[in-house]
Design a protein around this ligand. Sequence first.
Ligand code: SAM
Length: 234
Amino acid sequence: MLLATASFVTNADEPQYALDRAAMVAQVEEYARFTGDHTGDQTFDKRVLKSMASVQRHEFVPEAQKHFAYQNRPLPIGFGQTISQPYIVALMTNLIEPDRDDVVLEVGTGSGYQAAILSPLVKSVYSIEIIKPLAKQAAARLQRLGFENVTTRLGDGYYGWAEHAPFDAIVVTAAASHVPPSLVRQLRRGGRMVIPVGGRFLTQQLLLVEKSETGEVKTRQIIPVRFVPLTGTH
Ligand code: SAM
C-alpha cells in the first residue's frame, strides 16, 4: 500500500498559521526589547508589526519548509539563498522609517517576503534579484498574492535602479564588502538605507546610512548580522 507522505498546505492549516504568525510577532517584539540598547528602538512601529502579522510567510518558503515558516529564523529558499529571519526583516523595515508616500528600493528580492512586508507601508517598492529562477518565482508569487505596488526585475542590484531613483529608502538584503556608491547616489536627500557590510560568510555589521537634507552622509552601526553575500561583477 502506498502512503501519502507529501506535506502540502490546505485551507485547514490557515488557523494554525495565524496563531503561529501571532507568536512570531510576539517574539519579534521581545527581540526588539532585548536589542533596543543597540538598535536605538525598544519597540517597533505599530505599522511594521501589523504588516509582519498579516503577511503569510508560509507562502514565501518552499513546501518542505512550510512547517517552520513562523519560527524566528532564516530558512533555505533554494540556490544557496535564504529568506531572512523575521526579526531582522522587522528591524530593517523599522530602521528605514517607512512612510505612505515612500518609494523604496530593495536589493535581493529572494523569496519576495521583505518586499511584501514593505508593500502596505509605502507607495511603491522596486526590488532587484540577481538569480533568474528566484527573480521569476518571486515575481509570480508577489503577483499571485496581490502585492500590486511591488515591481521586480532580474539584475545586479549593486548598481541600483536609476530609472526609478531617487529612493526615499533602500534596503539591501545581501552582505556587501562596502556601501555601493551608486546606491548612495540614488538615495534621496533625507533618505535612509540599511545594508549589511562585512566579509563574505562572516558576521557583518548592519549599517544605517542616512543622507541629510544637505547631502551629508552619516553611517551608524546597528547590530552584528549574518547575510549571504552580495554577488555580481562589481
Ligand atoms: N529579501 C529576501 C527575502 O525576503 O526573501 C532575502 C534575501 S537573501 C538573504 C539575499 C538575496 O540577494 C538572494 O536572493 C541573492 O540571490 C540576492 N542577491 C545577491 N547579490 C545580489 C545582487 N548583486 N543584486 C541583486 N540581488 C542579489
